[in-house]
Design a binder for this molecule. Structure first.
Ligand code: SF4
Ligand code: FE
Length: 506
């Protein structure tokens, strides 16, 4: 891609695609982000070239790994697309079978192992799946042509191997009010005007994962909508460098360590996540890239399908859990404590929790059922159980990793002190653990555990586990809706010999 100027308003769909060329590697992906002329703010300043900013780059590296994994392990990270009759990155693959969903989960776990952070590409992948079925369903009811538009978009997306980001969460303002009732109409993204060639949207998408790192952003409703919310019932595909978009980069715990010299105190120097507030100020979307315009009654089902896919995508955290188990086992070994039975038992407990998350996700995928559009959707109950496990178990896994790491994790002097002529030799002498293990190995492993449980990637391993794809209560609501308690009462009453009275019969 060689975009230098921002997209002029009213730019056609064709012209928007003309500036892309197929991306074949992580390095080409990083290059594709440069020179886009976007507007991004970080720490109160506009950043001229975000791709090269030390705080932003680790998040880009994590996404670059999705390209490199596809080259290194095509069986895992690519799939055959019937749409363009070629192998495509699995993050752009339309799920045609339960096995596709299983493979998606396996790839997500692998990506977590390789990056130790949020690699930001799954919300877009799950959006691709949702839009396939929702555009089909809307067309069936309204005689629109959204599905064909979607397929055309996907052909370009797959052939150019681009990243689609998901712009879902509106700022929401007063939670007791619907979008059309808000004092400020922009608190939910909405259509401000329609022209012959397209629509204009205004609003913002909050804590958008990998927003700036995407090539295209799919904006879509965040909740169920009513007849008065028609202008809010919009799905559109927008280039991430379209005119009118501003990114305000979220700051994260310990992010300024990325500005320090050395790579040890960073804990995970290469990889990090990205969350941003993305503001859309009268952004144009040509008709070809509009996939919902006013069909408000589909918003709720769209969100439900998205959450079903995405809550199982949180299997990603099992890859991070694998890193945590490995880090805890390694530091126990460096400390000379690895043979203690309680240490082994804690590692067993961490593994048990991690595999429990994996079980719910992978089972959800195996239980997938077809939708009318022909693609598959994983089991909703098990996906919610997966995500609910994710809101809890990584915290306990982290607690156990901190337990095994010992207090040195938070009292360890800085990398600069290790390099200082006076303090360096003292630290080397007094912070020695097992004799055959260099002190630097202890330092590095402790910083990694710090990074994932307190530092920058605790955002991805812990807080995102809590709130991403819906906060814990959102899963409990879905579990409540789907738990079929009346049917289960019937099983119990049958065995107990309880005859329902007339007043209790359905
Ligand atoms: Fe993917 Fe996990 Fe990040 Fe969501 S939190 S984008 S599922 S890596
Ligand atoms: Fe997320």
């Amino acid at each position: 891609m060689n975009a230098i100027v921002k997209h002029p308003k009213e730019e056609s769909a064709e012209r928007r695609w003309s500036r892309f060329k197929p991306i074949r590697s992580g390095a080409e992906y990083i290059e594709s982000l440069r020179g886009r002329g976007t507007t991004l703010y970080l720490f109160g300043e506009q950043i001229e070239e975000p791709a090269d900013h030390p705080i932003i780059r680790p998040s880009i590296n994590a996404l670059a790994m999705t390209y490199d994994l596809a080259n290194e392990d095509p069986e895992l990270a690519t799939a055959h697309s019937d749409l363009i009759d070629a192998r495509v990155n699995r993050f752009l693959h339309i799920v045609g079978s339960p096995q596709d969903l299983v493979m998606k989960n396996r790839m997500q776990r692998r990506m977590g192992q390789l990056t130790g952070t949020c690699f930001q590409r799954c919300a877009g992948l799950d959006t691709i799946s949702v839009l396939h079925s929702i555009t089909y369903d809307i067309d069936q009811k309204h005689g629109t042509s959204y599905h064909q538009r979607y397929l055309e978009f996907m052909k370009h997306a797959q052939a150019n191997n681009i990243i689609v980001g998901a712009g879902m969460t509106d700022p929401k303002g007063d939670r007791s009010k619907r979008p059309s009732e808000q004092a400020d109409p922009d608190l939910f993204l909405h259509i401000t005007r329609r022209t012959e060639t397209g629509i204009y949207v205004k609003g913002a998408k909050a804590h958008m994962t990998g927003g700036w790192n995407s090539h295209w952003i799919a904006v879509m409703p965040t909740m169920n909508l009513g007849p008065n919310d028609k202008d809010y019932a919009v799905v559109g595909l927008v280039p991430a460098d379209a005119e009118g978009i501003t990114y305000i980069y979220g700051r994260q715990s310990c992010d300024t360590r990325a500005m320090e010299a050395g790579d040890i105190d960073k804990g995970n120097a290469r990889f990090g996540g990205q969350e941003a507030l993305v503001v859309f100020d009268e952004v144009f979307i040509p008709n070809e890239h509009v996939l919902m315009d006013g069909e408000y009654e589909f918003a709720q089902e769209m969100v439900a399908r998205f959450t079903s896919y995405h809550r199982a995508s949180y299997v990603c955290k099992t890859g991070l859990g694998d890193v945590m188990v490995g880090a805890a086992a390694a530091i126990a070994e460096y400390n000379g404590a690895d043979q203690a039975s309680h240490v082994k038992d804690k590692l067993v407990e961490m593994t048990h929790l991690n595999e429990t998350i994996y079980s719910s996700a992978i089972a959800s995928s195996h239980e997938a059922k077809p939708l009318p559009s022909g693609i598959y959707m994983n089991d909703g109950m098990l996906a919610n159980v997966c995500k609910h496990n994710v809101t809890r178990f990584p915290y306990e896994i982290s607690r156990l990793a901190q337990d095994l790491a010992g207090g040195l994790m938070v009292t360890l002097p800085s990398e600069a002190d290790f390099k200082n002529d006076v303090t360096g030799p003292i630290l080397e002498k007094y912070l020695k653990g097992r004799n055959n293990i260099p002190v630097e190995h202890r330092q590095r492993m402790l910083r990694l555990i710090e990074n994932m449980t307190l530092g920058r990637n605790a955002v991805g391993y812990l807080t995102e586990s809590m709130h991403g794809a819906g906060s814990p209560q959102a899963q409990r609501i879905q579990i409540l809706r789907q738990m079929e308690v009346e049917r289960k009462k019937g099983y119990a009453e049958n065995l107990a010999g309880v005859e329902r009275g007339e007043d209790r019969k359905d």
